[in-house]
Design a protein around this ligand. Structure first.
Ligand SMILES: [Zn+2]
Length: 122
């Protein structure tokens, strides 16, 4: 049997809480970003600006891209947290997927969806 990460049941409870809090946060972020995105789209439709030539249109297009990028990232984070939510109950949670070493409690508490140790992640 492979070495299991030295996580105590208290560590696991704390990590599970981190994952669930992370999900609540990212859900709120997705709601807020979706609202901003819709507002930007509505604003650009209202003003009927020409994205190509109107300087304001360029700003709106830029903002829209920024919000879209943040929204994409939030959805990626959410997927990772959903995987972590199931994984945190498994004995293998906390094992680096790359070197099979222990990711470390500190790192997991900061990044509960981390699947690699700090050495392998960089
Ligand atoms: Zn590693």
């Amino acid at each position: 049997m492979a070495d299991l990460p030295p996580l105590t049941s208290r560590d696991r409870r704390a990590l599970r809480t981190q994952v669930l809090n992370g999900l609540i946060e990212v859900d709120a972020q997705i709601v807020a970003l979706t609202r901003s995105f819709d507002d930007i789209v509505a604003a650009s439709e209202d003003s009927n600006v020409d994205d190509e030539h109107d300087p304001e249109g360029t700003t709106i297009a830029f903002e829209r891209q920024q919000v879209a990028a943040l929204l994409r990232q939030a959805k990626v984070d959410r997927e990772a947290l959903l995987v972590a939510r199931d994984h945190v109950e498994q004995p293998s949670y906390g094992v680096c997927e790359y070197c099979r070493g222990f990711i470390g409690v500190e790192r997991l508490l900061a990044l509960p969806a981390a699947t690699r140790c700090i050495a392998c992640a960089s």
